[in-house]
Design a protein around this ligand. Structure first.
Ligand code: NAP
Length: 271
């Protein structure tokens, strides 16, 4: 278990209820965030995709006292209807949403973007990795009569070219733009919507990207902090944005990558 994270306890999320979408196992970014929110008093619901994942997610969810575990495939409207109906039934309303879901066919996450990206792969990646946030945000907002907060997870491959990230970079660019438009629509309702952009982290999703190891070492060696992105940092950023500490922050994309995203020319690279 990836349990050596040092996550602070407290009451910043006391009285708040929210949905976590995207825990696949105990290495998932959504799980690090969920643990941190629970340690600050949040009440959590989890969605999982399919029976195999339920077996992995259930013990994790139960370990933080969650009683609501709901199957949800973001490509299936009926499944999303049922998931949000279950939350409405159980809670009536909710205060926050964590969207940590992405997928692109493995064949499109290597080599040439222009050669490997078929129409089907493009549509599928955009649907699961970008549209799903629009859909989940609309459904969650309907259960936030008193305002709330939402975050999604993105990656810097949206802004710059990262070898092999290819189709996922295009989907993340759409996700970040969608975040700004969702934030515009929901802002007047007192709902703050933001994106968190971590550096590469060792998860299942990461394992699907060709050359992931080199990506991780470059992200560490060329970062300003000269270290891997930590779950503590990502979970802390999520806690800030989802708690009342994040007041006045909306439509942002916050990088949690040791400063890697500001580097123009990496140290040690000869001009
Ligand atoms: P992860 O543990 O594999 O989580 C990805 C989640 O997306 C899984 O729970 C996966 O479920 C879910 N998902 C995929 N298709 C779905 C669908 N149709 N319906 C419902 N759920 C679906 O990997 P992660 O790295 O923590 O990823 C979480 C988020 O962080 C993603 O948006 C990712 O792009 C982003 N991110 C990751 C990194 C990194 O380096 N790891 C860096 C920056 C941003 P299944 O396992 O069933 O497919």
């Amino acid at each position: 278990m990836a349990e050596e994270w040092k996550l602070p306890t407290g009451e910043l999320m006391k009285g708040k209820r929210g949905l976590i979408m995207g825990v696949a196992n105990d290495h998932s970014i959504a799980w690090g965030i969920a643990k941190q929110l629970a340690l600050q008093g949040a009440e959590l619901a989890f969605t999982y995709q399919g029976e195999a994942l339920e077996r992995r997610v259930r013990p994790l969810a139960e370990s933080v006292g969650a009683t609501l575990m709901i199957p949800a495939d973001v490509t299936d409207d009926a499944s999303m209807d049922r998931a949000f109906a279950a939350i409405k039934n159980a809670w009536g309303s909710m205060d926050f949403l964590v969207h940590a879901i992405a997928f692109a066919d493995k064949s499109a996450l290597k080599g040439s973007f222009v050669e490997n990206t078929t129409r089907e792969i493009f549509r599928g990646a955009m649907d699961i990795s970008a549209y799903s946030f629009v859909d989940a945000a609309r459904r969650a907002a309907a259960l936030m009569p008193n305002g709330g907060a939402m975050i999604t997870l993105t990656y810097q491959g949206s802004e710059r070219v990262v070898p092999n990230y290819n189709m996922m970079g295009v989907a993340k660019a759409a996700l970040e733009a969608a975040t700004r438009y969702i934030a515009r629509d929901l802002g007047p309702k007192g709902i703050r919507v933001n994106a968190v952009s971590p550096g590469p982290m060792r998860t299942l999703a990461m394992a699907g990207i060709s050359g992931g190891k080199q990506l991780m070492s470059a992200a560490r060696d060329w970062s300003l902090l000269k270290e891997d992105t930590s779950m503590e940092g990502v979970a802390g950023c999520a806690l800030w944005l989802l708690s009342d500490l994040g007041r006045s922050v909306a439509g942002e994309c916050i990088h949690v990558d040791g400063g890697f995203h500001v580097v123009g020319v990496p140290e040690g690279v000869e001009a």
